[in-house]
Design a protein around this ligand. Structure first.
Ligand SMILES: CC(C)(COP(=O)(O)OP(=O)(O)OC[C@H]1O[C@@H](n2cnc3c(N)ncnc32)[C@H](O)[C@@H]1OP(=O)(O)O)[C@@H](O)C(=O)NCCC(=O)NCCS
Length: 229
C-alpha cells in the first residue's frame, strides 16, 4: 500500500506543476485522499461487504468532494487534480496513468444494470467539467477538453472538444467519432499538464477558413467585373 502511495506521489510531481513536496501532496491533495479511500472501499466491495464499502466511499466523498463508486475499477498512478465534483460510476474502468480534473463525470445513460459507464484506457486526460457518458471506450492517451460531453468511443490519441464531443486534434484530427479511425501512437511517458499540445487541427475551423478564402476569392472576382459585393 505504501509502495503504491509512493508511486502515486511520484506521478503527481510529473503532472502537477504546483506540487512542491511529498508531505504537501499527502496532506493537502483531495485526489490522493479519495484514491486511498477508494482502494479500501473497493477491497470491501470485492469481499461482498457492500454496505460498508458504500459507507466508506460516502465518507470519502464528504472529505474530498469526489464520489467514486466502490465497484469502479481503477489502475495505477490515477490522479484527480483539485477533485471537487468528480463522479465515477460503478462500472467505470480506468487504466494506468489517467488524469481527471475537477467536475468530471464518468456516468451512465441507462438504468440497466451491467456495464453502463465508460472505460478509459492508459494515459487519458479529461479536462475540468467534462462529462463522459455511457459504456464507451476512450482510447490510449486521448484528451477530452474541459466541459466536453462525450457519448461515443474516442480513438487512441485523439483530442475531443465541445458538445457533443468531436475530434479536434491529436494525430486523429482527420478521424471522427462515428468511424473510430486509428489515431496517433501512444505518447509514451511524457505527460502534458492540462492536456496541452502543440498541434490542434480542428477540422471545423479548417473548413471555415476554406469558406472564408472562397468568399474572398468570389468577392475579388466580382470586383474585377466592376460589381461591388
Ligand atoms: C482540449 C485541450 C486538451 C486542447 O489543448 P491544446 O491542444 O493546447 O489546444 P489550444 O488551447 O491551442 O486550442 C486550440 C483550439 O481548440 C479550442 N479549444 C480548446 N479547448 C477547448 C475546449 N475545452 N472546448 C472547446 N474548444 C476548445 C480553442 O479555442 C482553440 O480554437 P481556435 O483554434 O479556433 O483558436 C485543452 O484546451 C483542454 O481543454 N485541456 C483541459 C484543461 C483543464 O481542464 N484544466 C483544468 C486545470 S485546473
Amino acid at each position: 500500500m505504501f509502495e503504491q502511495l509512493r508511486e502515486d506521489i511520484r506521478s503527481i510531481f510529473a503532472r502537477d506543476p504546483a506540487a512542491r513536496n511529498a508531505f504537501e501532496i499527502v496532506t493537502t491533495y483531495p485526489g490522493v485522499h479519495a484514491l486511498i479511500v477508494h482502494r479500501a472501499a473497493n477491497a470491501l466491495w470485492r469481499r461482498d461487504f457492500k454496505w460498508l464499502a458504500r459507507l466508506l466511499s460516502h465518507l470519502g466523498r464528504m472529505l474530498t468532494g469526489i464520489e467514486i463508486h466502490p465497484g469502479a475499477t481503477i489502475g495505477r498512478r490515477f490522479f484527480i487534480d483539485h477533485g471537487m465534483g468528480v463522479v465515477i460510476g460503478e462500472t467505470a474502468e480506468i487504466g494506468d496513468d489517467v488524469t481527471l480534473y475537477h467536475g468530471v463525470t464518468l456516468g451512465g445513460t441507462t438504468w440497466n444494470k451491467g456495464k453502463r459507464h465508460p472505460t478509459l484506457k492508459r494515459g487519458v486526460v479529461i479536462g475540468a467539467g467534462a462529462k463522459v457518458l455511457g459504456p464507451i471506450t476512450v482510447g490510449e492517451n486521448a484528451r477530452i477538453g474541459s466541459n466536453a460531453v462525450v457519448v461515443k468511443d474516442v480513438p487512441d490519441g485523439a483530442t475531443v472538444v465541445g458538445i457533443p464531443g468531436r475530434i479536434a486534434g491529436g494525430k486523429a484530427a482527420n478521424a471522427d467519432l462515428e468511424h473510430n479511425e486509428p489515431a496517433r501512437p501512444p505518447a509514451g511517458p511524457h505527460f502534458d499538464a492540462y492536456g496541452q499540445a502543440r498541434e490542434l487541427n480542428d477540422p471545423l475551423v479548417q473548413q471555415l477558413e476554406q469558406l472564408q478564402q472562397q468568399v474572398a476569392a468570389l468577392e475579388a472576382a466580382l470586383r474585377r467585373q466592376g460589381i461591388e459585393p
